[in-house]
Design a protein. Structure first.
Length: 303
């Protein structure tokens, strides 16, 4: 018998007219040092801070290939006309191309690469599938900011992800400076869940993929979090990567410099945490925003 939305026990309620801050109900790290390439100190850091940095994940040759593919995608009129391509609201510059592992063979390869997938499997303690992927352009002078939010709150409310057993990786295609809109994280906030008040508008994804609206925490909570946890600005060279927990409070400033900030962004969800009906939306977002293809990335542990 199919379980209805009403009958499910929702330990992460949100968008019900009030703001709540509650403790996380799930583990952060599900695997051990024996399960993958990362040692125990790295796993402990991720558990405490909610993120980890990889100084150099891809080679210089791969970077050149990725940048050439990024340029090709931005100039392809077919890609630009696709709903999966998101443009900046004012400049109409390409902001993101979603489901990029299905749009591009180049990015499909890195999304299934053992260097990436095995780390995600280790953190989540299971096979993983790609819940979402995209390339972000954040062009010089034109790249807009993205307000503080927890990805899990959106994925729970709008995609039906039961718990925060998901991890994102951002692979840098350009150098990330403190001044060109890099990722910012409030370390430790992944262990507190913020329930937002505003209801989910119909087809909210059409606006939220350009500028976060519903699912943005209130300023009082964000101020308390910033005072308590601080803010880490994640600078680093091209070719490096950041992996962060799905419930981390994170944001990025606008880019008013001439230096673009481009990255590959891939979300891995545990195959034991697959999405269901949305918890706080009338219908699921499109497949490109929240996949229901639960095929394990990089091949199954049991294959």
């Amino acid at each position: 018998m199919t379980e209805t939305v009403e009958s499910r026990v929702d330990v992460y309620p949100t968008r019900a007219g009030k703001v709540q801050v509650m403790p996380r109900q799930d583990k952060v790290v599900w695997g051990t040092a024996d399960d993958g390439p990362m040692d125990q100190s790295t796993l402990d850091h991720f558990d405490t801070k909610g993120y980890l940095a990889i100084d150099q994940l891809v080679t210089g040759g791969e970077l050149e290939e990725f940048r050439a593919e990024l340029k090709r995608l931005s100039e392809d009129p077919t890609v630009r006309a696709d709903e999966r391509c998101i443009v900046e609201a004012t400049s109409q510059e390409v902001r993101s191309v979603f489901e990029v592992h299905n749009v591009s063979e180049v990015f499909k390869k890195i999304a299934n690469d053992p260097r990436v997938v095995n780390r995600a499997k280790q953190l989540l303690g299971s096979d993983v599938y790609i819940h979402q992927s995209r390339v972000n352009f954040k062009p010089g002078f034109e790249g807009k900011d993205f307000m503080w939010h927890s990805d899990f709150e959106t994925w729970h409310a709008e995609d039906g992800m039961p718990g925060p057993r998901a991890v994102s990786i951002s692979i840098s295609l350009t150098d990330n400076y403190s001044f060109n809109g890099p990722l910012m994280i409030m370390p430790g906030t992944h262990k507190e869940y913020v329930s937002c008040d505003a209801a989910t508008p119909e087809d909210n994804y059409k606006k939220s993929l350009v500028m976060q609206g519903a699912g943005t925490p209130d300023k009082g909570t964000l101020t308390r979090f910033a005072d308590e946890y601080g803010i880490d600005v994640l600078e680093g060279p091209a070719g490096g990567a950041i992996m962060f927990d799905s419930n981390c409070m994170h944001a990025s400033n606008g880019n008013v410099t001439p230096f673009s900030r481009s990255n590959i962004f891939i979300v891995y969800n545990s195959v034991e945490n697959t999405t269901q009906e949305p918890y706080a939306a009338s219908k699921p977002r499109p497949e490109f925003a929240g996949s229901t293809d639960f095929t394990p990335a990089g091949g199954s542990l049991n294959a």
